[in-house]
Ligand binder design. Structure first.
Ligand code: GAR
Length: 211
């Protein structure tokens, strides 16, 4: 039986689209049963509907400052849809211990940096400012501490001289789209500790400088 996955988004939803595309393969061990957004105008909702996936919007603005009530509404939709695994994919709301606790061990997130470097926002600008030569993305389990849960998989890219934030974002996004489906499949397949080692390597590795 395929695991029933919900993808939570806030915007464009390109990682969601990569998960939907991967799950279209009959051999993929999970189905995307629901796409849920905290923003009714998220572009990804239309993309999901076009792919024939059920969508829900639970607008956080309707709940004012009551994060707990917003998360309770999300949780009840997830449970009513018999969801088994939640994938955060560009879901830009901090979660409270309630939702994290309810889905602990069954909630994945993709983050645009090689954690534990650069948790939080503006990862590409911070990577450029720090002068790192390697940057990338991480799929990890969600725990109460933001961007700090056990790492399931990473993909790295070189940072090239003259790179802008946009260059880095694009280079890394391509890796995100490969990494997330692979990490989800490995996780669902019971191979929870790692994605194939081939994904934990440099994309387009540069020769090491000598001397
Ligand atoms: C992705 O780059 C994802 O890693 C990042 O937002 C983007 C969403 O793009 N997530 C975070 O920054 C989470 N803190 P998408 O909507 O096209 O998938």
């Amino acid at each position: 039986m395929k695991r029933r996955v919900a993808v939570l988004i806030s915007g464009r939803g390109s990682n969601m689209e990569a998960l939907i595309a991967a799950a279209a393969d009959p051999a993929f061990p999970a189905e995307i049963a629901l796409v849920l957004s905290n923003r009714p105008d998220a572009a990804g909702l239309a993309t999901a509907r076009k792919a024939g996936i059920r969508t829900e919007a639970i607008d956080h603005r309707m709940f004012g400052r009551d994060r707990a009530a917003h998360e309770a509404a999300i949780d009840s939709v997830l449970r009513a849809a018999d969801i088994q695994i939640v994938c955060l994919a560009g879901y830009m709301r901090l979660l409270t211990p309630f939702l994290v606790g309810a889905w602990q061990g069954r909630m994945l997130n993709i983050h645009p940096s090689l954690l534990p470097s650069f948790p939080g926002l503006d990862t590409h600008a911070r990577a450029l400012a720090a002068g790192v030569k390697v940057h990338g993305c991480t799929v990890h389990l969600v725990t109460e501490e933001m961007d700090a849960g056990p790492i399931l998989g990473q993909a790295a890219v070189p940072v090239l001289s003259g790179d802008t934030e946009d260059d880095l974002a694009k280079r890394i996004l391509r890796q995100e789209h490969a990494l997330y489906p692979a990490a989800l499949a490995a996780f669902v397949g019971g191979n929870a500790t790692s994605v194939p080692d081939s994904l934990a390597c440099l994309a387009n590795p540069l020769p090491l400088a000598s001397g």
